[in-house]
Design a protein around this ligand. Structure first.
Ligand code: ZN
Ligand code: MN
Length: 487
C-alpha cells in the first residue's frame, strides 16, 4: 500500500494525416499505394532553391478541426522551421508552426470517470509536414545491414492536436482512452482524415506525470513517442503510472525523459532525455509568408460544418425514439448512422430497425470482415425486410434466414422469399393439420400440460416450428396450441 493516493496527469500530442489530394507544399499526390519514391519532387525532397507553396485545402481542414474542437481560430498564422537531423528529413528541418498556430484554446467533451461530461482542454492545433519513412533491411534497426528511405510520405500534411496539461487534463487511463476514441470519431465525422491507425494516419505522443491527489503542482513527466495503437497506449500508461508512483514512494525523483514502449514486454524503457523547444531552434520560415485568414473564409467553413457526434446522438434520440445506448452505438461510425437514417426514411419501425442493424447486420458484417459502406445489403432492401417483419408477414426467424441470403446474393427480400419458397404459412387449415399431428404424436407431454405443468409447451412449439420449417408465426402457434390442448 502507498502512504498517499496519486493521480496521473496525461497529455496527448496527436498527429493526424489529412486526406488532401496533394502534399502540404507541393503538387505531389498523397497516397499509400504508390511504389517508393515515385510521389516526390524537388520541393518535398528539399532540393536547393525549391520553394514551398501552401495547400489551401489543408488550411481549410485545420480550421474545420478547430471549429469542431471549440477552438479560437487565429486569423493570422505563421509557419516555422523545426530543426533536427535525421535521414528521413531531407531539408534538415520540418516546416511546422510554433508561434501563431491556426487554432488555440479549445476543448473536447468526453464522459469523465465520475460519469459526468468532462471538457478536456485543447491547447493548440497546428499544421505541419510529415517526414519520409525509413525501411530497414531486417525487422529491427539493430539487426539491419542497411536502411532505405522512401520520401513518398515526405511533406504529407499533418494536423497536430495538443491537449492542455493545466486546463482540464486527462486524469486516468480510462479518460485517456475515451479522449482518443472521441477525437478520432470527431475527425472522421468532419471528414478531414481517414484516421486509419494501422496506416499511421492517427499517431500519438503521450506525456504522463503523477502527483499526490489534490495537488496543483506538476511532477516530472515522461514522454512516450509514436504510439500507434490504443491498446499499446493504455498498456504503456498503466505501466508508466505505476513505475512513477513507485519511484516517488521510494524517495527517488522521476527523471524528465523520453521513453520507448516495448510492445512484447509491455514496459517502457528510457530512450533519451527530453528535448525542449530551444533544442529545435525554431524560427519563422522565410520561404513562407504569414497566412491571413479572411472572415469570409472561416464563415464559409462554419456554414458547411457537418453535424458532430454529440449533436447527432441528441437528434436521433428525439427523431426516432431510440434509447441513448442504442444511439451511441449507431453514431459511433458516421457511415452506420447514415445507413440507419437512410433506412428509417422508408421504415415504419425505427426501434426494430435499430435492433436489426445492431444484432443481425453487424454480426453478418463482422463475420465477413466488412464495413457498412461495403455492405452487400442495400439500405432500401434492409428497410423493406424490417417492414415485412413489423407487418407480421414474416417471422423474425424467417427474416434471419432471408437476410443471410440477401447478404450473399445482394437481392431484395421479396426476391429471396419467392426463390426459396419462404412464403409464410398463413393457411390456417395447413397449420391446424400440423398442430394436430404434433399433439397426437406427443400424448404424454399433452397430459403433462393438462395437469398444469406448462413448461413442456415450448417443446411442442419447437416441434411445430420444425415441421413448418420455421415459416409459421410463433405467437399464432402458441395461441393455437394452448387452445387445442385445452379442448
Ligand atoms: Zn513534392
Ligand atoms: Mn509534430
Amino acid at each position: 500500500m502507498h502512504s498517499r493516493e496519486y493521480e496521473p496527469v496525461i497529455c496527448f500530442e496527436t498527429h493526424v494525416e489529412l486526406k488532401t489530394k496533394s502534399k502540404l507544399f507541393c503538387n505531389c499526390a498523397v497516397t499509400h499505394k504508390a511504389r517508393p519514391n515515385t510521389q516526390i519532387c524537388p520541393v518535398c525532397t528539399g532540393q536547393p532553391g525549391a520553394l514551398p507553396v501552401l495547400n489551401k485545402k489543408a488550411v481549410e481542414y485545420a480550421v474545420r478541426a478547430g471549429l469542431a474542437l471549440n477552438c479560437a481560430i487565429n486569423t493570422r498564422s505563421r509557419f516555422a522551421r523545426k530543426n533536427y537531423f535525421y535521414p528521413d528529413l531531407p531539408k534538415g528541418y520540418q516546416i511546422s508552426q510554433y508561434e501563431l498556430p491556426f487554432c488555440e484554446d479549445g476543448y473536447l467533451e468526453i464522459t469523465g470517470d465520475d460519469g459526468r461530461p468532462y471538457t478536456v482542454g485543447i491547447k493548440r492545433i497546428h499544421l505541419e509536414e510529415d517526414a519520409g519513412k525509413l525501411v530497414h533491411s531486417a525487422s529491427s534497426f539493430e539487426e539491419s545491414e542497411y536502411s532505405l528511405v522512401d520520401y513518398n510520405r515526405s511533406s504529407v500534411p499533418l494536423l497536430e492536436i495538443v491537449t492542455d496539461h493545466e486546463r482540464n487534463p486527462l486524469r486516468s487511463v480510462r479518460e485517456a482512452k475515451a479522449y482518443l476514441e472521441k477525437l478520432r470519431q470527431v475527425l472522421k465525422y468532419i471528414d478531414i482524415s481517414d484516421c486509419v491507425i494501422e496506416r499511421g494516419q492517427f499517431r500519438c505522443d503521450v506525456n504522463v506525470s503523477v502527483r499526490p491527489k489534490g495537488s496543483s503542482h506538476f511532477g516530472n513527466r515522461a514522454e512516450i513517442k509514436n504510439m500507434a495503437s490504443f491498446k499499446f497506449i493504455t498498456d504503456a500508461l498503466q505501466y508508466e503510472i505505476q513505475r512513477q508512483v513507485e519511484l516517488i514512494e521510494s524517495g527517488k525523483e522521476v527523471p524528465q525523459e523520453t521513453r520507448l514502449f516495448d510492445e512484447t514486454k509491455k514496459i517502457t524503457l528510457p530512450m533519451r532525455t527530453k528535448e525542449d523547444a530551444p533544442d529545435y531552434r525554431y524560427f519563422p520560415d522565410p520561404d513562407l509568408v504569414e497566412v491571413e485568414l479572411e472572415p469570409g473564409f472561416i464563415e464559409s467553413i462554419e456554414k458547411t460544418m457537418p453535424e458532430l457526434p454529440d449533436q447527432r446522438v441528441r437528434r436521433v434520440i428525439d427523431a426516432y425514439g431510440i434509447s441513448k445506448s442504442d444511439a451511441l452505438i449507431l453514431t459511433k461510425d458516421r457511415n452506420v448512422i447514415n445507413f440507419f437514417e437512410t433506412c428509417a426514411s422508408t421504415c415504419s419501425n425505427p426501434k426494430k430497425l435499430c435492433n436489426w442493424i445492431i444484432k443481425d447486420l453487424f454480426k453478418l458484417l463482422n463475420d465477413a470482415s466488412l464495413t457498412i459502406e461495403s455492405s452487400p445489403v442495400a439500405a432500401e432492401d434492409f428497410s423493406r425486410l424490417v417492414n415485412l417483419i413489423s407487418r407480421g408477414e414474416i417471422t423474425e426467424h424467417m427474416a434471419r434466414a432471408i437476410l443471410e441470403e440477401m447478404f450473399v446474393t445482394g437481392e431484395g427480400p421479396e426476391a429471396v422469399i419467392e426463390r426459396k419458397g419462404l412464403k409464410p404459412i398463413k393457411d390456417a387449415e395447413r397449420l391446424e393439420e400440423i398442430l394436430g399431428e404434433v399433439v397426437s404424436d406427443n400424448p404424454d407431454i399433452v397430459s403433462q400440460i393438462k395437469a398444469g405443468d406448462t413448461k413442456p409447451l415450448n417443446y411442442l412449439m419447437g416441434q411445430v416450428m420444425k415441421r413448418t420449417g420455421g415459416r409459421a408465426d410463433p405467437r399464432t402457434v402458441r395461441k393455437l396450441l394452448a387452445e387445442k390442448i385445452k379442448s
